[in-house]
Write a new protein. Sequence first.
Lengths: 327, 394
Amino acid sequence: MNTLIPPNRAATPEEAGFQQKLSDLLRELREKQERNAALARQLADRQKETDENTELYKRNVLFAEVLTHDQEQQAALTLILQNIAYGQPEACPTPPQEMPPDLVAAYTMNGRVAVTDRWVNDTYPRNYPLIYTDSEIEYFHRRIAENSTYMYGGLDLLIRRAFEKYPLAGKRVVNIGSLSPWFEATLLRYGALPTTLDYNTIVARTSRVKCMTVAELGTDPEKFDAALSISSYEHDGLGAYGDPLDPDGDFKAMQKLKRLVKPGGLLFLNVSIGAERLEWNRARIYGKFRLPSFLRGWTWVDAFGFNEMFWEGQFDGEPVMVLRNDD
Amino acid sequence: MQSSSLLSPGTAARAARSFVRLVATGQFSELRRVITAKLNGGSGLPAEPDRPAVSDADAARLADYQKAISGLSSQVGRLDIEYGEMAKQFDDRYSLSCYRRDATEPYYKYIEVRQNMTLWRNRSLIDYIQNRSSFDPPDHERMTPETRATFASSPIRSTFERHNPARYQPGATVTLTDEHIDAILAAIGPQGQGLTAWQRFFTERTSFHGQRNDPIVPMLSARARPGVDVLCYGSIIPYIECLCLQKGANPVTMSSLLRYTTGRIQSLDPAMAEQSGKRFDVIVASLAIGRSALGLFSDRIDSDGDVAALSLLRRLLRPDGRLLVTVYTGPAALLYNAQRIYDEAGLARLFKGWRILEESRREAPMFPIPAPEDKKIPGYHALLAGFMLAPEVA
């Protein structure tokens, strides 16, 4: 812009002011151009991902058609192996098919929460523990290094973003509810010391993960630096895992967790967010109404993958919320 | 708005500001002009707004500045709007892809991970039972460039790889007892009385939906009679063997995985099969041909492993024997390390030297949730195809 100033004199104050303004604007313009270009690149990557997804989709349709058959035989073999390893199973009563009439008002928060039917039986005998091994953890580490995801797909990417922003290196982290050592492997990958807490016993054939049952916690448990709860509390109190029926099971679990996490400690929490409903007996989907009560006592710090579109109810979201235990 | 009095507060302030500015910027010629003007009787102050009188050239220059500034400002504004639009698009897509990033449709992803999880459970249980460490070199997780090249030259056109597929360790075996055989029999047939707690648990949790839909089952039922020797190749569980037991036939399992403590089913080591001299009236290979030599059981990866397996079975078949094979048909594809899918050319290659006596194709069952119709891609799905084959006489 110096071209605007005659060569035979210095800039007038007004000209100087204009010059300053112009150079600020130019800098802002360049910064914003770069920022937009970066976002455009990310968008293009995502488009590429979508295109690749079409291929992945075809692949996965084939896999699903082929694997369901295989899966059934493999799952039958699991039952045989459990018999060989652990003997006869302890009784695990089938969860109730219908919501008990006297609990309907409490489950639906006096009719505010819709109920849909998605009954599942995820109970398994107490004496048939899962086994976590170094081998499986190593395998998961190789998958994580490839940026691969597992049961929850894109949610794994959000968890990694959360762990990058809120480092856990050297911290003792409790993982609430576990069906495979995937999240334990993720925690190890970020330098944390994971402890798995579940209702059922888990056999840890690895020194890297500590496994505890809720019963082993006792009345005055040692507190953890942080907690991870992925797709766990929305199932609490619905009976699908053989747990006792309790309309406020999720609220109570969140309050109990406060006693397990040090003051100021973080909770990385995932539950489904969407149109307010209870999918009996699979899970609760948290809407605007139940979520605040659910999070009571915890301070909202951050969220990953949280979008207001979720409230509109077209599809459910699976965000990672970061909460702090402030008292 | 020219002030009549030099001392009016606004004018004084303006004068002071002008003076300071002129001195500060070293423009003493301007200061001289103001003082001279004052001495000549005028106020000597610049006209409102607060700026010195300017020449036409200067005024044009300042106008240019303002034009440049407003031009840049609107460019920045446009960038902001563009950014806002892109960010919304990005967030919307991110939210949409939260679940769907891996598969567009979560159900399909779920199936694959579910199977991976089950394989790991089985592996960990086998290691626990055999009391050995679970150390595992990461072989077979990915196809090597060499194996990929081998498959590229085979008639299977597309290769679909999973992320690091799980597999059974070398030497992994499961030894089944009468309790397990009886539980499978109870799950197949009318449920017997006096089942153990585990047998009840097993029958409650196992539907054998896929096995019941296997197109070779009617072909087997028609031929399995007392005294008929049936070889079952590559079983994961002895379902076909138990069907044979129900019909009174004599089942033998040839699998790297299964062993028995019961005399009701025999097992045959694949490596010793030919030397054993045993030959069979019926050989059943339900889906085992498609997954042979893919490394799922830590077997050697070989693109022609399916043809090799069939030629071994041919040598174990009595001259008037029948081979019952179930494979997946559809777009030619290798689903490493689970299955091969054969198109017509692939079937022709596989069954070279065999006569097809009977054929039956049906939808590959998806359970517990069937594939949503609107999600199916035409031509992109697998059919279960059952064949009854007899060796061509040379």
